[in-house]
Design a protein around this ligand. Structure first.
Ligand SMILES: Nc1ncnc2c1ncn2[C@@H]1O[C@H](COP(=O)(O)OP(=O)(O)OP(=O)(O)O)[C@@H](O)[C@H]1O
Length: 362
C-alpha cells in the first residue's frame, strides 16, 4: 500500500532582515529611511517529501537552517517563497519554545494545552501526568516562573506537554539534547510509540547518535541548501566526515563562510534554473515583499492625514473647517517641528549608516 504524503516542501526559501538595532525596524517603514538593511538567506530552495510513519532527522552545521526549516513546517514562521503542504496536525517542541518565562510551569502547561486546542477538563485530567512526566526538578518548581528554570527543565516541561498530545506530525528541535540520560530514554521510547502508531517525526539534533537511534531517513542541510538526503546509514557517515573537516577551520573562517553564504543567493536565479517548475514556487509571498517607495510614501501621507484629523478633533474643529483652514490646526511652529523631525530621521538613517560597521567577533 502506498504511504500517505504528510509533508511536501518545494523550493522553500527564507530571507531574514539583519536588524542591527531597533531603529532599523522603524527605518524600513519611513519614507525617507534607507531601504538597505542587510539581508540573510537562511533557506535557499529546500525541497523534500515526508511520508506517513517516516522519522526524518535533519542534520547540518550550526546556522545551516535546520530550525528555520522546522519552524516553517510547523507554520510558526512563513517562508519567503516556495510551497509547503502539510497533511495533518503538527506539534513542535524545541528548547523552551512557546514557553512564557513570566508564567509558572503550571500556567505554561495550561497555556500550551489551550493553544493546542484542549478543553479545560482535558487539561485538568492530564495536568498531574504532564507534571510527573517532566521529572523531579520541574515538579519541585512547578509553581515558580519558568524564567527560573534551566534550559533542560524548560525542554522537559515542553516535551512533557507535547507527549500528552496526539499530533499527526511530531517536530522536535534539539529538545532531547538538553535532558539527562533517563529523560532521553523516555523521549526515545515515546517517539518509538509514535512511530509504531504510524505517526510522522521530524527531528533536529546535533547528536548523530540520537539521530541514528531515532531516524530512518536523514536530510542534511548546509547553508540553507539540501546537500544530501536518504537513508540514515548512508547520509550520517558522510555528514560526520564533512563536519570533522569543517571543524578544523578557525572560528573566524567559519564566521566568514556563514556571513557570505547568507548573500550568495538569488531567487530569480533559482527560478531560472528550474524552468519546468510552476513560477508560483518562486514568487515572494506578499507579506515578504519590501515596501516600495510609493507604498512608504502612501503610508506616510495616510499617517499625516490621521494626525491632522486627530489634531482637528482635539481642537474641537469640524473636519470640513479644519480642511478649509489648516492653519487653525497646524501652526507654523508645528510645521517647523514636523519638518525638523523628518530632517533628523533622514540624516539619521542615511548619514549615520555610513559610519556603522558590522563587527563579527572572532
Ligand atoms: N530572526 C532571524 N533574523 C536574522 N537571522 C536569523 C534569524 N533566525 C535565524 N537567522 C539566521 O539564519 C541562519 C539559520 O539559522 P537556524 O537557526 O535555522 O540554523 P540551525 O541550523 O538551526 O542552527 P543551530 O544548529 O546553530 O541551531 C543562521 O545564520 C541564523 O543566524
Amino acid at each position: 500500500m502506498d504511504k500517505k504524503l504528510k509533508i511536501r516542501a518545494r523550493y522553500l526559501t527564507k530571507e531574514y532582515d539583519m536588524m542591527k538595532n531597533k531603529s532599523d525596524m522603524l527605518k524600513t517603514l519611513l519614507p525617507f529611511g534607507n531601504n538597505d538593511i542587510e539581508k540573510f538567506w537562511a533557506l535557499k530552495g529546500v525541497s523534500f517529501d515526508v511520508y506517513e510513519g517516516d522519522s526524518v532527522g535533519i542534520v547540518g552545521l550550526n546556522g545551516g537552517g535546520k530550525s528555520t526549516l522546522l519552524n516553517i513546517v510547523s507554520q510558526i514562521i512563513p517562508p519567503t517563497s516556495g510551497e509547503l503542504t502539510v497533511n495533518g496536525t503538527t506539534n513542535i517542541i524545541s528548547v523552551g519554545a512557546g514557553l512564557n518565562g513570566k508564567l509558572t510551569g503550571r500556567e505554561n502547561i495550561i497555556m500550551k494545552c489551550e493553544m493546542l486546542g484542549m478543553s479545560d477538563d482535558e487539561i485538568q485530567e492530564k495536568m498531574d501526568d504532564i507534571i510527573n512526566y517532566s521529572g523531579d526538578q520541574v515538579i519541585g518548581k512547578i509553581d515558580q516562573p519558568v524564567k527560573t528554570y534551566s534550559s533542560g527543565m524548560k525542554s522537559r516541561l515542553g516535551f512533557s506537554v507535547l507527549v500528552h498530545q496526539d499530533p499527526d506530525i511530531l517536530i522536535i528541535d534539539e529538545a532531547l539534547s538538553v535532558g539527562d540520560a533517563p529523560f532521553f530514554e523516555k523521549g526515545v521510547a515515546r517517539m518509538k510509540e509514535f512511530k509504531e502508531q504510524g505517526k510522522t517525526i521530524m527531528f533536529v539534533s546535533h547528536s548523530l547518535s540520537q539521530v541514528k537511534a531515532l531516524c530512518d531517513k536523514v536530510i542534511w542541510i548546509d547553508h540553507g541548501r539540501v546537500v544530501m538526503e536518504g537513508d540514515a546509514d548512508e547520509v550520517l557517515p558522510q555528514f560526520d566526515e564533512f563536519q570533522r573537516t569543517y571543524n578544523k577551520k578557525t572560528k573566524a573562517e567559519r564566521a566568514k563562510i556563514t556571513r557570505e553564504s547568507g548573500k550568495d543567493f538569488d531567487l530569480e536565479e533559482l527560478r531560472q534554473s528550474h524552468p519546468d517548475e510552476p513560477v508560483e514556487y518562486f514568487n515572494r509571498r506578499l507579506y515578504d515583499k519590501p515596501f516600495s517607495w510609493t507604498t512608504r510614501l502612501a503610508l506616510f501621507l495616510i499617517t499625516m492625514v490621521l494626525c491632522f484629523t486627530v489634531a482637528a478633533d482635539l481642537k474641537n474643529l469640524p473636519l470640513r473647517t479644519a480642511v478649509m483652514h489648516p492653519q487653525m490646526v497646524l501652526s507654523l511652529k508645528w510645521l517647523i517641528v514636523i519638518v525638523a523631525v523628518i530632517a533628523v530621521m533622514f540624516i539619521y538613517s542615511n548619514v549615520t549608516r555610513h559610519f556603522k560597521e558590522r563587527h563579527v567577533l572572532d
